[in-house]
Design a protein around this ligand. Sequence first.
Ligand code: FAD
Ligand code: SF4
Ligand code: SF4
Length: 485
Amino acid sequence: MPAKMMQFVSVEQRLPDKRAVAERVRDFAEIFARFAPDQAREQAARCEQCGIPFCQVHCPLHNNIPDWLLLTAEGRLEEAYEIAASTNNMPEICGRICPQDRLCEGNCVLERGFGSVTIGAVERFIVDTAFERGWVKPVRPLRERELSVGIVGAGPAGLAAAEQLRKEGYKVWIYDRYDRAGGLLVYGIPGFKLEKSVVARRIRYLEESGVRFRLNTEIGRDLSFAELRRRHAAVLVATGVYKARDVEVPGSGLKGVVKALDYLTASNRKGLGDVVPAFESGELDARGKHVVVIGGGDTAMDCVRTAIRQGAKSVRCLYRRDRANMPGSMREVQHAEEEGVEFVWLSAPEAFVGAERVEAVQAHRMRLGPPDATGRQVPEPIPGSSFRLQADLVIKALGFEPEDLPRLWGVPELAVTRWGTIRIDWSTMMTAIPGVFAAGDIVRGASLVVWAVRDGRDAAAGIHRWLEAQARKAEARAPALALAS
Ligand code: FAD
Ligand code: SF4
Ligand code: SF4
């Protein structure tokens, strides 16, 4: 039945039900429920069906949002799923964890005045429903090819590329140093934003689609890059960025001063039922502790909210700029505040204090000075403003940089940028080495899942074009060789 759209005047913006704070801080389950079918239909029908949909323009995948909103409003969910899946390899994941307030929803024309369409929640609803109703069918390519592609890294960039390459009929092998596929979706992002079963469902789908996983295999250690290249017609590097930025202050080496990803990985592993000695010993467990997290990005938000759930005595987040200038999503800050996190804005650590273990963070107040070349105001310390915060656990969440892959892998010809990210030709996603491509955080620096998916898709397209071109060249050479002999 045709739906009556443009209901934004009479129907208020509504997110799916959010679990009460007292309940949600006791576990690591997602905090948002799923829309009921009527709610999804009603919310989708708020869309204006814009001629130039800014939501779509600002989605890194240019998802056809107006169409799947219309189909949802009409109750044609299977078609809505087909459209959502045609541009996104993990729409149920992006629907959950994209910072929609900065992307699609933040650019919806209804945002000012009426409140944007709740695009992410509808996207998640469509695809969760599709999985439950059996509409998500494994990839069955029209023709299978003999050529294989080796992908290093089973994060969103590698997974998206793998699915696209399977659609073209290539054999696809993904190598990952971890024991589970998913990259940061599994070991970085906590369950209260993205439950692990959602990632496991995607991985199962890829396995059923013929993608083969070689886990516990680190390229550069268990398998050389040269061997990888010998095995496959093309290679995709999608290794992410994992070198933690440090804070250069006295006391950084004290016990109890830990890196964000070590802390989050331990918590995620614990939730998955693994034995984690550093958690069991209390080293990476916030229970009963005064916790201070340094940083203002999404990783810092995940740390503070994890600490709350582990039963910390107090949780403070120290950030050198103010709320308006923090890089993390405003929605995440709001969730953290609701859950009892205290933000100490415009403050930076001077030293971590303690004999052997950390006991306090010595910090000073900051003010925002003139902008730098990027236009961002530079924080500068206010003289004589020192103060102390009690701390038995300090978590450093200051961002990530790429490891030195050319050196680690013994491949100096793999060119990198001045930031250490792999240099690629963005029109093909190929690196300086013919037949070797790269995607995701390792080319962008720490970014977002949706950008990793976009890169993975672009890289798969680049690989396909390159392999086709190689085949054409080989065919052109073959008659010439035959004539010569
Ligand atoms: P990754 O997900 O990092 O995957 C890379 C994979 O490569 C890993 O599995 C790694 O084990 C493997 N690997 C690395 N080196 C080797 C090697 N030598 N041999 C074999 N395997 C190797 N983004 C969002 O959009 N929303 C969020 O809410 C969000 N929250 C985040 C929270 C945290 C704590 C962090 C750290 C990041 C978050 N991000 C979020 C960012 C997002 O997770 C990344 O941008 C995205 O995962 C990058 O994908 P990728 O495939 O490039 O790399
Ligand atoms: Fe919005 Fe992300 Fe979905 Fe794009 S992929 S429509 S940005 S939630
Ligand atoms: Fe609908 Fe908003 Fe996108 Fe316009 S910008 S098409 S109203 S979701």
